[in-house]
Design a protein around this ligand. Structure first.
Ligand code: ASP
Ligand code: MG
Length: 480
């Protein structure tokens, strides 16, 4: 293909109403003038939640809840169809909506009968929201004379068989995506792919986990060797801080892949944390754009080093818990204890967000998401059962009242003084630092503080690092 290829992904709010769908279609149509376009769409906002709620109610045998919610979903999509699609095509489109919902209905009824929800059935049924929005977006485009075609992600993305949180098999996906999408692109058409879902090698439907349609889009962009990926969402881009916490937070014109990953991991909600991995190797740049204000440049994510020095953004994760483990006697190997604790966390599938260890006392602490504390504690109590029972290890201390602040920026690398600045910000504001960690990549400094100090700490670091004022690198006009 000679034209550049752009993959555009629309999130739930960006297809959340008839008006939003019309705008999404316009944004796609506009780009088809300059390049080949493949789109990836989420379900209309809230639809996935409703679909899951229906299946849960089905599992509990609550027929009435199933019926009411299904009727509401049907109405929502038929209303949008009526608003968007002209009379000649409306009946055909409405029949397609009923088809798609009919398939879901069959699964929901099966679950009602069984009184349980096999995860396979759930993964086959939940992407229904994406199928409906892909249909609507395609129909609107077809009405404008664009050869758009809804495509089921199950025929594009090949995954492992971890239902509810599958991982893509990239080599297999390259072949599958080329086979399903290239013929459409080559005839000048626009595939509208459902985000969020895939299928195993044997064709069993899977989903990539909640919020996974960003990930779908990056997998598709990588498989097709796209020139760029644009992610349309409801925020103006990646910001220097959460604007609800910091009044002068500002959109960053450019960040690196590494910075965006660290920010997503540490609580910035713009991107699903797994999104960027498939793009890095092929150096496909991503643009985050606001579909409610599409003329703004948004944030560009690429490999290019930032022109700026120091901290670029600061995030806050409030719902975290610190676990402290300490051997009673220094004769017990602290390193071994730590290794076993990490293994126990890994077995419980709990991510350790931060780990610190003091040098002499055999004490270390690990930070986890509060919703995962139960799972990790069970694992630790099992792993260390003997040591705890015999008093070789102190009872595990659990501190829920902490929060995590992360200051992120590639420009900190090799430049002294940034940790000092952060500490100055903390001490000037009388904020007690409970734990601190900096990886050897010098990309992120993570600080654990009391949860009640977290907002103040983020504001203090944002101000101390002067993030509210545009750095010279961010004044550059954004590339088109
Ligand atoms: N619709 C799915 C969800 O709500 C996937 C997504 O929107 O990214 O989780
Ligand atoms: Mg989403």
């Amino acid at each position: 293909m000679h034209k550049p290829l752009l993959v555009m992904k629309f999130g739930g709010t960006s297809v959340g109403s008839a008006q939003a769908i019309a705008r999404a279609a316009d944004l796609i149509a506009e780009q088809t003038g300059h390049c080949a376009v493949a789109a990836v769409v989420s379900a209309m906002s809230q639809v996935t939640n409703t679909l899951l709620a229906i299946l849960e109610a089905g599992g509990r045998g609550e027929r009435a809840t199933v019926e009411t919610n299904l009727a509401a979903l049907r109405k929502k999509h038929l209303d949008a169809c009526r608003e968007l699609i002209a009379a000649e095509r409306r009946e055909v489109a409405a029949a397609r909506i009923d088809d798609i919902l009919g398939n879901f209905d069959r699964v929901a009824r099966g679950i009602l009968l069984l009184g349980e929800r096999p995860e396979r059935s759930e993964d086959a049924a939940v992407p229904t929201g994406e199928k409906l929005s892909a249909l609507l977006v395609s129909e609107v485009l077809r009405q404008q004379g664009i050869d758009a075609q809804p495509v089921d992600g199950a025929g594009v993305i090949v995954t492992d068989a971890v239902f509810g949180g599958a991982a893509p098999l990239l080599a297999e996906t390259d072949a599958k995506a080329a086979g399903s999408l290239m013929p459409i692109l080559e005839r000048g058409g626009v595939p509208i792919v459902t985000g969020f879902n895939g299928a195993t090698k044997d064709g069993v439907p899977t989903t990539l986990g909640r919020g996974g349609s960003d990930f779908s889009a990056s997998i598709v962009a990588s498989a097709l060797d796209a020139d760029e990926l644009w992610i349309w969402t409801d925020v103006p881009g990646i910001l220097t801080a959460d604007p609800r916490i910091v009044a002068d937070a500002r959109v960053l014109a450019e960040v690196t892949y590494n910075e965006a990953c660290e920010l997503a991991y540490n609580g910035a909600k713009v991107l699903h944390p797994r999104t960027l991995a498939p793009l890095v190797e092929k150096k496909i740049p991503v643009r985050i754009k606001n579909s409610f204000d599409p003329r703004q440049p948004g944030t560009r994510i690429s490999e290019e080093p930032p022109g700026s020095v120091g901290v670029r953004a600061v995030t806050a994760l409030p719902k975290v818990t610190l676990l402290s483990i300490e051997a009673v006697s220094i004769s017990l190997s602290g390193a071994q204890l730590m290794a076993r604790a990490l293994e126990a966390a890994a077995r419980a599938k709990v991510e350790v967000l931060l780990l610190t260890r003091s040098s002499f006392r055999q004490n270390f602490c690990m930070l986890v998401r509060s919703e995962e504390v139960g799972a990790v504690l069970d694992g630790l109590h099992e792993e260390l059962a003997l040591e705890l029972a015999h008093g070789y290890v102190h009872p595990i201390e659990v501190d829920h009242s902490v929060g995590l602040l992360a200051a992120v920026g590639e420009g900190m690398r090799g430049t002294p003084g940034f940790a000092g600045r952060l500490f100055a910000a903390m001490s000037e504001n009388a904020i007690n630092v409970i734990a601190i960690a900096q990886g050897s990549s010098e990309l992120t400094i993570a600080i654990v503080v009391n949860e009640t100090d977290l907002t103040k700490a983020v504001q203090a670091v944002h101000a101390q690092c002067r993030l509210g004022r545009a750095a010279p690198a961010d004044k550059r006009p954004a590339a088109a």
